[in-house]
Ligand binder design. Structure first.
Ligand SMILES: Nc1nc2c(ncn2[C@@H]2O[C@H](COP(=O)(O)OP(=O)(O)OP(=O)(O)O)[C@@H](O)[C@H]2O)c(=O)[nH]1
Ligand SMILES: [Mg+2]
Length: 638
């Protein structure tokens, strides 16, 4: 365990040989990962936890970590520290010491601390804390063997802080009311004094009601005698001690060999100077994913590999060995599993997501994303969020389902709801975005601008209204800014492969399901009925060809599948530029995909998932229709 973005997942990988996502921004890990490792001849289960800044949790992901300490007997803890942020790390070390749990401390990223001229007296730090302290560079596996060696002989830190007399008295009273636990009663008492409400359910489960009430009383009494929140007072005490330790063990010599990276880093955060940086990145993404991925690679795979070789060949084989016509059509017909489902999934979407994942991995590992968060903080404030919400929103460009889970790093419920809604509404996932960029690439730049501005505008309006309607408050904006780093190619490679594998597992079955659905509808003539029923909307209101209905039907399963349907229509010359933009805006805003729906239900509750979808579906069509009206009335040339 340790602070966010300090290298915990890298060390987890070294210990277990299992890869969990590693990126250069805080909040990469929001769920625990487990793996096995043999340490000192003994088999251990290793748990990678979300980063915490305190063991009195502020956000859901922090709570996950605290709850592990509370409910699972952790025999050993490796605390991973970012050495150049030793102060923040020690704040947690002191809390682990208070819990009386055995641990050792990895002074990770020592390379970066040294390049900033930091010298750490490791032996002294180890003596002060009374535990093993090991310098490491996890990404190079430097020092990790030494770290692992400390695990079998870990000690409980002898370090202890005494607080003011009235706080100590309150701690004693509460300790007397608590049952035996894996972690010290003193630590729990201090969490309770800090006003940690997330402990309430635990309290009621483990204590008689009378005891809970007495504890409440003690907390209330001591808080009423202090003007500042007790959590703050306790932390100030801890920080005083931490500062003393840091002054004692760290010497800083002037050194700076990272001036260029630091300069770019600063620049990209500025609310105005950051705009050209962002524009550059967006352009690069457009060129890489839209042109190279959705253009060149898809053309090659779809037209040549599948179009000229694979599909004709499979068709011949199927026709030769299967005499039944309906089965032939099921495989290679217009709604065939090979000619439609696999062609869409492998020839259109796969190259796009592949390119996107590579680009996105580079972006994640460079350390740009937290800077983007700072840059747009002010705009996000307008919609009831702060810059921290940029992380899940940008991750939504990879996959809305995963991003919905990352909303856990946000501190208030209100923020989590707004982000979840906006993700479901308007953030296109990688596959969809790639198809969209590919389609817009065929039109003028104005078309891209229209599409982008309408989607962003709609999200701002909905976000703004939601921030007024959804009760609750927004939280303060605190985010660590990691240094700009040159991404490690091996990490990008592993991460991309992992994501592609995940895509294939998740998307292909749904593509097959959707195609099967269309096939059956087509054979039972239901498709024609649906097209007729939907025609007032599709044909009259949105002014699209009847064939677009199919794209929207499969769009219910996955929006990228829907977009791929539009892509094919455009290629067949069935969509005018205005129709492309209208259909793309509608599809971007269209219902969340099935997987995302279930994730919303899991994270925010089934009611929220239904409400959100019920709002989004008609709303998307409304926006599409209005846009169609505007573009036509003003005869906009795209
Ligand atoms: N220079 C340097 N970079 C490192 C070191 N260890 C990890 N990193 C980088 O630091 C970043 C964060 O690593 P992760 O393992 O994802 O960090 P984490 O602690 O799991 O982060 P969260 O899950 O977000 O809390 C990645 O970009 C790593 O490549 C190190 O020793 N030196
Ligand atoms: Mg992690």
């Amino acid at each position: 365990m340790g602070n966010p973005n300090v290298g915990k997942s890298v060390i987890f990988g070294v210990l277990t040989g299992r890869y969990t996502t590693v990126s250069n921004y805080p909040g990469t890990t929001v769920e625990v990962s487990r793996g096995n490792a043999v340490i000192g001849g003994e088999r251990h289960t290793v748990i990678d936890t979300p980063g915490v800044n305190s063991l009195v949790p502020m956000s859901e992901d922090e709570r996950v970590t605290r709850d592990i300490l509370l409910s699972e007997r952790a025999d050993r803890i490796i605390q991973v520290a970012d050495t150049k942020n030793l102060r923040r790390a020690l704040l947690i070390s002191l809390q682990i010491a208070e819990m009386r749990l055995p641990f050792s401390l990895a002074l990770n990223m020592i390379d970066e601390a040294r390049s900033r001229g930091w010298e750490i007296d490791v032996a002294r730090l180890s003596a002060v804390l009374g535990i093993d302290v090991v310098p490491t560079i996890a990404t190079q596996r430097w020092g990790t063997d030494n770290l692992i060696k400390t695990v079998p002989t870990q000690k409980v830190s002898s370090f202890s802080i005494s607080y003011s007399a009235d706080i100590e008295d309150a701690i004693k009273v509460i300790e007397g009311l608590l049952p035996e636990m894996f972690i010290s009663k003193r630590a729990i008492a201090m969490m309770l004094l800090s006003g940690d409400e997330t402990l309430n359910t635990w309290l009621y489960k483990n204590l008689p009601e009378k005891a809970v009430r007495s504890i409440d009383e003690v907390c209330y009494n001591i808080q009423s005698r202090n003007t500042e929140p007790l959590n703050y007072i306790l932390n100030i005490e801890r920080l005083k001690i931490v500062d003393r330790i840091v002054a004692d063990v760290v010497t800083i010599e002037a050194a700076n060999d990272r001036r260029v990276a630091a300069f770019i880093g600063k620049w990209s955060m500025h609310p105005i100077a950051g705009i050209p940086v962002l524009a550059c990145i967006l352009y690069l993404m457009y060129a890489f994913v839209g042109k190279l991925g959705a253009g060149v690679s898809v053309d090659f795979l779809e037209e040549i590999v599948f179009g000229e070789y694979l599909n004709p060949w499979v068709t011949r084989v199927v026709k030769a060995i299967i005499p039944i016509e309906i089965v032939q059509e099921l495989i290679v017909g217009p709604y065939g599993l090979v000619t439609m489902a696999l062609t869409y999934a492998i020839a259109i979407i796969l190259p796009i997501v592949g390119y996107f994942f590579i680009f996105f991995g580079l972006l994640e590992d460079s350390g740009y994303l937290p800077r983007l968060a700072i840059m747009v903080d002010k705009i996000f404030k307008l919609i009831g969020l702060n810059g921290k919400a940029v992380l899940p929103m940008v991750l939504g460009l990879g996959c809305d389902t995963m991003a919905t889970m990352t909303a856990r790093i946000l501190e208030s419920k209100k923020e989590r709801i707004i982000v979840t809604l906006l993700l479901a509404l308007g953030v296109p996932c990688s596959a969809q975005l790639g198809v969209i960029l590919g389609m817009l690439g065929e039109l003028s730049f104005m078309a891209t601008l229209w599409w982008g501005s309408v989607v962003v505008f709609v999200m701002l309006i909905v976000g703004f209204l939601a921030s007024k309607v959804v009760p609750g408050e927004t939280s303060d904006f605190l985010l660590e800014i990691p240094p700009i780093r040159v991404p490690k190619l091996s990490n990008i490679l592993v991460k991309t492969l992992m994501r592609v594998e995940w895509y294939l597992k998740e998307a292909v079955p749904l593509f097959i399901l959707g195609t099967l659905f269309l096939f059956i509808m087509d054979k039972t003539a239901l498709l024609g009925v649906v097209e007729r029923v939907a025609s007032p909307i599709i044909i009259s209101f949105l002014n699209l060809p009847a064939e677009a209905t199919q794209a929207f039907i499969v769009g219910f399963l996955r929006r990228d599948y829907g977009a791929a349907g539009l892509f094919v229509l455009q290629k067949d010359g069935l969509l005018s530029p205005v129709q492309v933009v209208v259909s793309l805006v509608t599809m971007t805003l269209f219902v969340p995909c099935v997987a995302n729906f279930f994730m919303i239900a899991k994270e925010r509750g089934i009611k929220a998932a239904i409400w959100m979808s019920a709002f989004i579906f008609p709303f998307a069509i409304l926006v599409g229709g209005v846009l169609n009206f505007i573009l036509r009335i003003f005869e906009v040339n795209l």
